[in-house]
Design a binder for this molecule. Structure first.
Ligand code: GTP
Ligand code: MG
Length: 194
């Protein structure tokens, strides 16, 4: 995919701020700090389009990025960040759930799992929830540069087993770009499906 243009279209704190669009959309979900925003930058070959941070909880709103004027990539706030007050966590959960259940133009969800840590209970819940709502899903194992090849391979198998997936997750590294082509292939499939 050649990226001709990419920009922030909307930052939404509630469903009334979701842009009214019919063009296809792909969302990125996962625990805080797994690398959702970094993956979007990596896919778009833009270093700083999406704000990233080593401190969890950076993305607090749903950010819609318009790409090539024809589709959107959507960065969701991360879940599972213990330091966020319970009330706020609940409001994020509702925001994410509203988005994922109501968005008609959502073609697929990229669920990101840190390859070192594997899925948490919340990741499993989200996976089951997406299955239940029949949302197409791609699991990406982020930060593959942090482990050796052999260790990566065994972690991918473990994530597949833990999440009861039919396919292995795709590894990704924002440092060496491993997996970028394969991830784009999956996203292209969603974007071009009717
Ligand atoms: P929230 O917005 O808080 O939910 O986090 P996020 O999932 O968007 O994570 P973000 O992209 O901000 O990345 C978190 C940290 O992980 C940053 O310090 C990134 O540089 C680092 N990171 C992300 N992807 C990779 C990767 O593939 N390899 C390495 N080594 N570090 C990564
Ligand atoms: Mg983020």
């Amino acid at each position: 995919m050649k990226i001709k243009s990419a920009g922030l279209l909307e930052s939404a704190a509630g469903a009334n701020q979701f842009p009214d669009l019919v063009m296809p959309e792909i969302a990125f979900a996962g625990r805080s700090n797994v690398g959702k925003s970094t993956l979007i930058n990596s896919l778009l070959t833009r270093k700083k389009l999406v704000k990233t941070s080593s401190t969890p909880g950076k993305t607090r709103l749903i950010n819609f990025f318009l790409i090539n004027e024809i589709f959107c990539l959507v960065d969701l706030p991360g879940y599972g960040f213990a330091k966020v007050p319970a009330e706020m966590r609940e409001s994020w959960r509702k925001l994410i759930e509203t988005y994922l259940s109501r968005r008609d133009n959502l073609r697929g969800v990229v669920l990101i799992i840190d390859i070192r840590h594997g899925p948490t209970t919340q990741d499993r819940q989200l996976k089951n929830w997406l299955d239940f709502h029949q949302r197409p899903m791609l699991v990406v194992a982020s930060k593959s540069d942090k482990l050796s090849r052999g260790k990566c391979a065994s972690k991918l198998q473990k994530i597949k087993k833990d999440l009861e997936l039919t396919h292995l997750p795709l590894p990704h590294s924002s440092l060496n770009k491993e997996g970028r082509g394969q991830i784009w292939k999956a996203l292209d499939g969603w974007l071009t499906s009717a």
